[in-house]
Write a protein that binds this ligand. Structure first.
Ligand code: FNR
Length: 384
């Protein structure tokens, strides 16, 4: 069966990946209420069907930070994607470049910034603030030198939310993985996955992770490593530190509150991502789509607003655009597609998103994605 909708990519990834990787991608924090809300609240929004308008031409393209995107979508930063397929981040970056959309490389990616950049288009780079500012300085400089056009500064993870699925699956972090996987498969080779796929890489950010993979054993538990090394003392003032090194656009990722959005504007950010980290951080917070209109009202004219969390189709993308987003990011959809079949599947998934968005625009009478607005929504139907 060929994968059609996002749920098919998810199912294929579930069958192909070692369970602990699938659960890591698929899961959220605590009782996963926000994870469900992200999807459910998008589902609850009704589009407004319009007919008999000349829809022979629709324009999906948009511009962001001086870049032209073929459609208003980008691949969100996803940690350790290089474990879902060989050189996973490179494969996904190639698929994104082929589709004319940005790929954002995570701080905790497996492939290096340089490796991803050398494969074609320099990625957007996502930054987590670690306590070691010397290391941060080097990392930001590397992103700049590699030609990354946009820095995405994720601010909603001063401490990791507990992911109970990872506890249950035994996802203990990098040095623990080979043993855990061996136990899991009781020595049998998993049909689609080999430890070599991971170790042939050069994890770029985590010198310590590299040491662990090579037997140094410094990272026994990924989440504990995060808790030890991520900087909880970060404030808006730290943006000045980033600015000293980085002169390109900065996007603050992980804003749900209009007051924080106003602070991001005051701090000089060029964009923000309305996001709850895909329901992986503070469980019980509102869905991203419910937070979006409030934030668009507060700062809509002041910076570019992106949104992620629960986008599972091109129809969802149109809903988010209608409520004030300039573009959406997707996390799990591309991670599932990568696990389902590498670059080809990510390309295919992006093609599905494009065709769904095209259809949604034609059937709502929206000729230009960059001008989607609340007219595309059926306000008579129950909304969030
Ligand atoms: C993430 N996310 C994330 N965000 C970030 O800024 N840096 C990171 O390293 C990661 N890592 C990560 C791993 C996995 C497996 C997932 C699923 C997510 C969050 C991600 O960028 C994005 O905000 C969400 O994935 C969006 O929600 P959806 O599209 O997954 O519903």
């Amino acid at each position: 069966m060929k994968p059609a909708s996002m749920s098919d990519y998810r199912e294929r990834a579930r069958r192909r990946l070692p369970p602990m990787f699938f659960e890591y991608i698929d899961g959220g924090s605590y009782a996963e209420e926000t994870l469900r809300r992200n999807v459910r609240d998008l589902e609850a929004i009704a589009l407004r069907q319009r007919v008999m308008r000349d829809m022979s031409k629709v324009d999906l393209s948009t511009t962001l930070f001086g870049q032209t995107l073929s459609m208003p979508l980008a691949l969100a930063p996803v940690g350790m994607a290089g474990m879902y397929a060989a050189r996973g981040e490179v494969q996904a970056a190639r698929a994104a470049a082929g589709a004319g959309v940005p790929f954002c490389l995570s701080t905790v990616g497996v492939c290096s910034i340089e490796e991803v950049a050398a494969a074609g288009t320099p990625p957007w780079f996502q930054l987590y603030m670690l306590k070691d500012r010397g290391y941060m300085r080097d990392l930001i400089t590397r992103a700049k030198d590699a030609g990354c056009p946009v820095l995405v500064f994720t601010v909603d993870l001063p401490i990791p939310g507990a992911r109970y699925r990872d506890v249950r699956s035994g996802f203990t972090g990098l040095s623990g993985l080979p043993a855990a996987i061996n136990t899991l498969w009781q020595g049998a080779t998993h049909p689609a996955w080999s430890w070599d796929l991971f170790t042939q890489g050069r994890p770029h950010t985590l010198g310590s992770v590299q040491a662990a993979v090579q037997g140094g054993g410094r990272v026994n538990d990924f989440l504990a490593w995060i808790a030890r090394n991520f900087d909880r003392s970060v404030t808006w003032k730290d943006l000045d530190f980033v600015r000293e090194i980085w002169d390109g656009p900065i996007v603050i990722k992980g804003v749900l509150d209009p007051d924080d959005a106003r602070d991001a504007v005051r701090a000089g950010a060029q964009g923000l991502v309305v996001s709850n980290h895909g329901g992986r951080q503070l469980d019980g917070v509102s869905s991203s789509i419910a937070a979006l209109p409030r934030i668009a009202d507060a700062v809509g004219g002041d910076l570019e607003i992106l949104m992620d969390g629960g986008i599972r189709s091109g129809l969802d993308v149109l809903k988010a655009l209608s409520l004030g987003a300039r573009a959406c990011l997707v996390g799990r959809p591309w991670a599932w597609a990568l696990g389902a079949g590498g670059e080809a599947m990510v390309s295919r998934m992006l093609g599905v998103m494009r065709s769904e968005l095209t259809t949604a625009m034609i059937l709502t009478g929206c000729t230009t994605a960059a001008r989607a607005n609340a007219d595309m929504l059926d306000v008579a139907a129950p909304q969030n």
